[in-house]
Design a protein around this ligand. Structure first.
Ligand code: BGC
Length: 837
């Protein structure tokens, strides 16, 4: 087979980059193996649009300079040396390396049909009575002849799910439990997420794994989604930026795998649900952030989701897997199935019944799917499909070539005895016997987890205490200040079907909230965990403040309110922690799945109300994947402050302690819209088929004129920041240009702190269906007391595009674009108009 003429032709393909210009978009015609498929799909499909131009990692990065009073005129270039407007396009981060491509073809040329299949599947399918093979569902076979390493996948997205079996104690497979993805989204901090990506990459390599199944980046269209916590938020631009930076950090080590492509936004019936949408919605609302990840983050792998899109199962969906992902978005890596995502027989986890397995496999390959996992359930039919002429050898070779290219790119191809793969030597220490990450670097990563929890916590409300007239937060000790704080909350019992032990107690005061216990479950070293009570007590002690609490019993939830009130009565201030557990929301197979409403489970509301009844100033901390209904107590006079901590990870207490007592300042911002009522969102789950609206999140609230409880981007600080000046460095720009929007921001009152500067675009003259405003840039900057900075936020003009369903192409409209800047989507303070021509 290796010397077949067709294959020899493929092997001679070289990678050459040239410039072509089409419809105002400069694209590189990169002669890549995808051209083979391109030819196959024929008319109406253009070649993959690989973009050449500025390096996105540099061009899209905000910069800042300290400015003096009065602010100087706008500089011609920012401190990165960039001119403030350019018509040079931003290119793709990842370009196929010709040498890598040649090496992939050399290996491919030596493979038998059976060896090729090994690259495209998990392990050989087991007998389905064989239940004890957890460690095997996340790996593929080595090729001992060509000495090509198999894959060892691991789940993210907020740390490694290291649960491994192999005779090890599954309760001791430790790794760092970073705050869940939504916390990272809420940080709006691209530097932070890059470092989290790096840390997860380091742990992945050290523990002998070579693909991390992250980022999870489905658009959060409704807070009821059980996996809300696993994604970064509801805005496509924000998702694309955060995912790209996390991936750039991670992929300094190993390949990431973006999930779940496409429109996997409901857990209920996730295997069978059909997400219906029009093409503009598909590309703009559900797709665009994946394009950003492909182009700006250079992702190596994309996971095809369980659901169908417009009636077609994602694993067999040629339109989404090839026409959109590859030809439109320029993806060059490989696509693998979500686990057991291929259409299956009734059991759900076997192959399709013969002869449907042949049909399923052929259709998937022709659609652009490359790898089937966890087992070789249907793809074991590949040799016979080629032999019968049902699929061409080229299609198979194409898939193998993509896998090999990524293995070579990430130094994961060549089998080595130590089984250490990846592009960087790890700093982490892995205990081989225990299967755990240990040692000094584990502590460093725990500190990074604390930083992330701190940066992603959102101060929703902070009002003065009646008796003092001083805002409840930060809690101030000293003479005349707070002496004693009561930290209270309920202990609840919950159950999951995916983790051990199945029934657990969660004490909201003592335990660190780690999030879901499905595929994203992470088990940190207990010695490196700091729960709220420990962290808050330590931070309070630094200020001479004592923390008291009460011990609750999950068997007697009705007693929690009384105990909490008794503790609050003895204190100057009460802090109540409420929220959800992995029993309330999570991945479908945990048993928790989607939420039915936004209610807090009993007895949280009772605890808060009992504490409020004592009359003590009260601070409520919410731990959950997203919005909860707080209407029973939010507006009570002594509900002075509310903090959204999400699932803050293993150093929850350290972060909360520092924030509450002022050792750190709040700067997290909601990456989601918090509704007054869940009915304010479009209908969530309509059964087997759900219609996905074009407008999502704040764009939906804008177009329907609904006022949310807290707007997208909302979050308070201990400091006051003034927005002094917006400088649009050019009046006009071409559709491929880049505008470094400059804003002067000053910390006019309060301590040092971070401010998240947000840039939105509106299109006053548009003739298309467009949102009232769309986020197009943001930067998180640090400002000392009294300090002012000029922050330069790149807005890529191509990001202003919309998908025109009449001409079936992206269009950057010519004419005026209103650029608005402010600290949240409902507080846009400065504005100027830019003209695109
Ligand atoms: C989840 C994926 C995960 C995979 C492997 C699936 O159930 O949807 O997010 O990566 O399992 O564990």
């Amino acid at each position: 087979m290796s010397d077949s003429p067709r294959h020899a032709k493929t092997a001679r393909l070289s990678v050459a980059i040239g410039l072509i210009s089409s419809a105002g978009i400069v694209a590189a015609a990169c002669q890549h193996s995808d051209e083979v498929l391109n030819a196959k799909f024929g008319a109406g499909i253009t070649a993959p649009k690989y973009l050449v131009g500025l390096n996105p990692a540099e061009a899209l990065k905000p910069t800042e300079v300290v400015i003096t009073t009065p602010a100087p005129a706008a500089p011609a270039a920012d401190e990165a040396g960039r001119t403030t407007c350019t018509d040079t396009p931003v290119g793709d981060l990842y370009k196929t390396d010709p040498a890598v491509y040649q090496e992939a073809q050399r290996l491919l040329a030596q493979m038998t049909p059976a060896q090729k299949v090994v690259q495209l599947v998990g392990l050989p399918a087991p007998s389905y009575t064989d239940s004890n093979r957890w460690e095997d569902i996340q790996r593929s076979e080595d090729d001992p002849v060509l000495k090509i390493a198999g894959y060892q996948w691991r789940d993210g997205p907020h740390g490694l799910n290291l649960e491994s079996g192999q005779g090890r104690d599954p309760l001791k497979n430790w790794s760092t439990s970073f705050p869940t993805s939504v916390v990272q989204g809420a940080s709006w901090d691209i530097d932070l997420v890059y470092r989290v990506g790096e840390a997860m990459g380091d742990e992945t390599v050290a523990s002998h794994n070579n693909v991390l199944l992250t980022p999870c980046m489905n658009m959060l269209r409704n807070p009821l989604w059980g996996r809300s916590q696993e994604t970064f938020g509801e805005d496509t631009h924000h998702l694309g930026r955060i995912a790209s930076e996390l991936t750039r950090g991670l992929q300094t080590y190993v390949t990431g795998c973006a999930k779940h492509w496409l429109a996997n936004n409901i857990e209920t019936k996730r295997f069978s649900i059909n997400a219906q949408m029009d093409e503009q919605t598909l590309r703009e609302t559900y797709g665009r952030h994946f394009e950003m990840l492909v182009r700006d983050g250079g992702i190596g792998c994309v996971m095809a989701s369980y659901n169908s899109v417009n009636g077609k199962k994602q694993t067999q969906n040629k339109h989404t897997l090839t026409e959109v992902l590859r030809y439109d978005f320029g993806f060059r890596g490989f696509v693998l199935t979500d686990w057991w995502a291929m259409p299956a027989q009734d059991t759900g986890q076997g192959p399709a019944d013969p002869p449907n397995d042949l049909v399923v496999a052929a259709e998937a390959l022709q659609a652009g799917l490359d790898v089937e996992v966890p087992w070789a359930l249907n793809f074991d039919a590949i040799p016979s499909l080629v032999a019968s002429g049902t699929i061409s050898q080229q299609v198979v070779d194409q898939a193998v070539s993509r896998v090999l290219e990524q293995k070579l790119r990430f130094n994961s191809a060549k089998l080595n005895a130590a089984r250490i793969y990846g592009n960087k030597a790890p700093q982490s220490t892995y205990d081989e016997l225990q299967g755990a990450l240990v040692g000094a670097v584990a502590e460093q990563h725990a500190q990074l987890a604390a930083e992330a929890a701190e940066k992603g916590a959102v101060l929703l409300k902070n009002e003065p205490v009646a008796s003092t007239g001083v805002k409840a937060l930060p809690i101030v000790g000293g003479a005349g200040g707070v002496k004693t704080v009561a930290l209270v909350g309920a202990t609840v019992k919950y159950q999951v079907t995916s983790d051990r032990p199945r029934v657990k107690d969660f004490d909201f005061v003592r335990h660190a909230a780690l999030g879901d216990r499905g595929s994203s479950r992470v088990r940190p070293n207990p010695d490196l965990v700091v729960g709220p009570l420990a962290g808050i007590t330590a931070a309070a002690a630094e200020k001479g403040i004592t923390v008291i609490s009460a011990t609750n019993d999950s068997a007697k939830p009705e007693e929690a309110a009384g105990k909490a009130a008794a503790a609050a009565a003895q204190a100057d201030v009460a802090i109540v922690i409420v929220g959800l557990t992995a029993g309330d929301e999570g991945e479908e197979y945990t048993g928790a799945s989607d939420r039915q409403d936004l209610e807090l489970p009993a007895p949280h509301n009772d605890v808060v109300k009992a504490v409020l009844d004592t009359g003590k100033p009260t601070i409520v901390i919410v731990e959950a994947g997203g919005a909860v209904n707080m209407s029973q107590w939010k507006d009570r006079p002594n509900t002075n402050a509310i903090v959204m901590a999400w699932y803050p990870g293993q150093r929850a207490g350290t972060a909360l302690g520092r924030l509450l007592f002022g050792q750190a300042n709040f700067a997290g911002r909601l990456p989601v819209t918090w509704p007054v009522d869940i009915k304010d969102f479009p209908k969530f789950d309509e059964g087997d088929s759900t219609y996905m609206d074009y407008y999502a999140g704040y764009r939906w609230f804008d177009v329907k004129n609904i006022k949310p409880l807290y707007a997208f981007g909302h979050g308070l600080s201990y400091s006051t920041f003034n927005y002094e000046r917006l400088h649009m460095p050019c009046g006009q720009v071409t559709s491929d240009g880049l505008v470094n929007v400059q804003v002067d921001v000053r910390n006019v009152a309060g301590p040092a702190g971070d401010e998240v500067v947000q840039v939105y675009a509106s299109f006053p003259n548009t003739t298309a269906r467009r949102s009232k405003k769309e986020l197009k840039g943001f930067a998180r900057i640090r400002l000392e007391p009294g300090q002012a900075k000029r922050v330069s936020i790149p807005v890529r003009v191509r990001d202003l595009k919309y998908w025109d369903m009449v001409t079936s192409q992206w269009v950057v409209e010519k004419g005026p674009v209103l650029i608005q800047v402010g600290p949240s989507s409902d507080k846009l303070i400065l504005q100027q108009t830019l003209t695109v021509n």
